[in-house]
Design a protein around this ligand. Structure first.
Ligand SMILES: CC(=O)SCCNC(=O)CCNC(=O)[C@H](O)C(C)(C)COP(=O)(O)OP(=O)(O)OC[C@H]1O[C@@H](n2cnc3c(N)ncnc32)[C@H](O)[C@@H]1OP(=O)(O)O
Ligand SMILES: O=CC(=O)O
Ligand SMILES: [Mg+2]
Length: 606
């Protein structure tokens, strides 16, 4: 993206001068923020004015399709849908760039030694006891979210998820998705058809898949997760009113196409346009989403407050702004989710240059009972319930193997323990990665919730989590967790195999009996980067983690992997080198991998 960013006017702490939280102490339903979205600026002429010019003659931007067009793509990429995307980009493209720049400044601050903390400037939001979020009120299908299955939106997974018996389905265009052009557009087609009850699929062996009901109220409630703010969509070009052209934004494309095509249908069928919002780093990003929602609802003629969003708290900076995030989205917010894998990634990213005391042990040894992780989830539940929001738990990575009873037994045991802890801690629901895990998670939540749809009314006034508890990452190693040579090798191997799968169009994979996705792969590569940068010594053999050592492991791993036709092991290894072994630390591995390796590759064509 090319927008000019005036970082001087924002400063490194732009929140202090912020007037956006001025509504504190007044009734929560009113829109008192200074945010520049008003009904008068809403695009009433959107669908009548044609792309490029409004009825009043004001120039507007244009979205152009540059990706190849497959069967039925025209049903998604309609002129009106593209005009809607152009409207969203006109309003929010530059604001997105500013927020990405602010993320970088903040991360640099942390790298330079300034610890994240709760903001003094937003204390009034936290201290005001009166406001509440919309929650599940007037949001049919979101009252009881005790088990949510997650997964990508290809037709088979869509049908399997909707037939799974879970309460909700997180339809994922984020961590579980490789954002190939077919995955993006055909995923929208699958959702479009599923919502209308017409989706079917036949696999290569001739097995037919159909929805168990054509009526979506009989199926898990769909909660769609668009891509995060950081990802571009290279197959749609946005040309702004000044003729400047750039890639479209993945988040606005995913969100925009989904709500444009499905909001009215969802509402008519007794559901609503529901979203998960990933990878936010602060409340200003929540505010941006809220503005997107308002503009979208106005443009589509849907009452404001119809959308519901569940925000993933999966970055360290966002953990210090949970309440502010809820506040910004209060008219649209259903809850928060503890996105534990990206959270760990964010912890590593933020502290990667801060030396040995910020080094985490092997990924497998950082469990949810590590004090700093427990502090994060306790704060999340307490914050949600204080504000009438659902607290949704995270993903245990253990997955069953239908061909291996022992692996399945262990997965069930691990998942049961994880869900028991979450339900006991006050979470209102949780995620599972695989349909066979639904009864396991359900049993643990049933035991706590009984017939109640949730436990939002359970207040947790005794939770006392402050800056120290959230930042005490050293607690994991103090408690005996270690960095091992096996952990190092596993990080290299998992990252390379996952990136290979991602380059072949698969965004979630079962590797070594664990669910791996973009978030877990980010942990693997960033741990390696941090261990090298921190001069970490593996505890079992007392050897330094160096680039040369990792390079030798990488060559060994690559030699053991099949180099069949279609595999992209060498490309995966090249990406791994770029994101784990260079001096620079790309904020996300998917950004260079997308631009340099995925776009234009064989799987990127219909
Ligand atoms: C950090 C985070 O963000 S977590 C959220 C993002 N991650 C995810 O959503 C991961 C979701 N899970 C998955 O993608 C898959 O479970 C995987 C890739 C981990 C494993 O998938 P597979 O190797 O196909 O598992 P397996 O062979 O046991 O599947 C058995 C059946 O269950 C289906 N299935 C497995 N997981 C899912 C799922 N999440 N949703 C729907 N159906 C599923 C499979 O499609 C398969 O169906 P079939 O018999 O009709 O072919
Ligand atoms: O998105 C979820 C996570 O754990 O990351
Ligand atoms: Mg995540």
């Amino acid at each position: 993206m090319t927008a000019t960013i005036d970082t001087r006017s924002q400063g490194t702490s732009p929140y202090d001068a912020d007037a956006g939280l001025a509504g504190i102490g007044t009734p929560p339903a009113s829109h008192l923020d200074s945010a520049p979205v008003s009904r008068s600026s809403a695009p009433s002429s959107l669908l009548g004015g044609g792309v490029g010019a409004s009825r009043t003659g004001t120039r507007r931007g244009v979205i152009t399709v540059t990706g190849p067009v497959g069967p039925r793509y025209s049903e998604i990429l309609t002129p009106d849908a593209l005009a809607f995307l152009a409207l969203l980009h006109d309003r929010f493209d530059a604001a997105r760039d500013e927020l990405i720049a602010q993320r970088q400044l903040r991360r640099q601050d942390i790298a330079d030694g300034s610890d994240p903390d709760f903001r003094a400037s937003t204390r009034p939001v936290r201290d005001d006891p009166h406001w509440r979020v919309a929650g599940s009120r007037h949001a049919p299908g979101l009252e009881d979210r005790r088990v949510e299955i997650t997964g990508p939106t290809d037709p088979k997974m869509t049908i399997n998820a909707l037939n799974s018996g879970a309460r909700c389905w997180l339809a994922d265009a984020e961590d579980a998705s490789s954002p190939t052009w077919p995955n993006v557009v055909e995923g929208q087609l699958a959702l479009h058809d599923a919502i209308r009850g017409t989706l079917s699929f036949t696999n290569e062996a001739g097995k037919e898949y159909t929805l168990r009901s054509a009526d979506i109220v009989d199926l898990p409630t769909i909660v769609f997760r668009p891509r995060g703010w950081h990802l571009d969509e290279a197959h749609l070009r946005y040309t702004d009113a000044n003729g400047i052209t750039s890639s479209a934004l993945g988040s606005l494309v995913d969100f925009g196409l989904y709500i444009f095509h499905n909001a009215a249908e969802l509402i008519a069928r007794g559901r609503g346009p529901y979203f998960y919002l990933p990878k936010l780093e602060g409340y200003k990003e929540a505010r941006l989403w809220n503005e997107v929602f308002e503009v979208a609802q106005d443009a589509l003629g849907i009452p404001r407050g119809t959308i519901r969003a569940t925000v993933l708290i999966e970055t360290l900076p966002a953990a210090f702004e949970m309440e502010e995030i809820l506040y910004e989205l209060r008219d649209h917010c259903a809850g928060l989710n503890a996105g534990r894998w990206d959270y760990l990634f964010s912890v590593i990213k933020c502290f990667r240059t801060r030396g040995d005391s910020y080094v985490l042990p092997d990924r497998a040894q950082v469990t949810m009972t590590a004090p700093f992780m427990r502090a994060y989830t306790e704060l999340l539940v307490a914050t949600c319930h204080k504000r009438g929001a659902h607290a949704i738990g995270g993903m245990s990575a253990f997955i069953p193997d239908r061909r291996n009873p022992e692996v399945t037994r262990q997965a069930f045991q691990q998942v049961a323990g994880d869900k028991k802890r979450e339900a006991g801690d006050g979470f209102d629901g949780t995620w599972v990665a695989h349909p066979d895990l639904i009864p396991v998670a359900e049993a643990e939540f049933d035991a706590v919730l009984g017939d109640a749809p949730n436990q939002v009314s359970r207040q947790l006034p005794d939770v006392a989590v402050g800056q120290h508890e959230l930042l005490d990452v050293a607690s994991a190693r103090r408690a005996g967790a270690t960095v091992t040579s096996a952990g190092l090798r596993s990080n290299v191997s998992v990252a390379v195999r996952y990136i290979d799968a991602w380059l072949r169009g698969t965004g979630a994979a079962a590797l070594d009996n664990l669910m791996e996705d973009a978030a877990t792969a980010e942990i693997s590569r960033s741990q390696v980067w941090q261990w090298i940068a921190s001069g970490t010594v593996t505890d079992d053999d007392q050897l330094l983690v160096t680039r040369e050592r990792v390079e030798a492991i990488l060559l060994d791993v690559v030699a053991t992997l099949p180099h069949d036709r279609g595999n992209r092991i060498d490309d995966a290894a090249a990406i791994f080198r770029a994101v784990a072994l260079e001096d620079d630390f790309p904020a996300f591995l998917t950004s260079p991998a997308y631009q340099g390796y995925l776009v234009g590759s064989p799987v990127d064509r219909p």
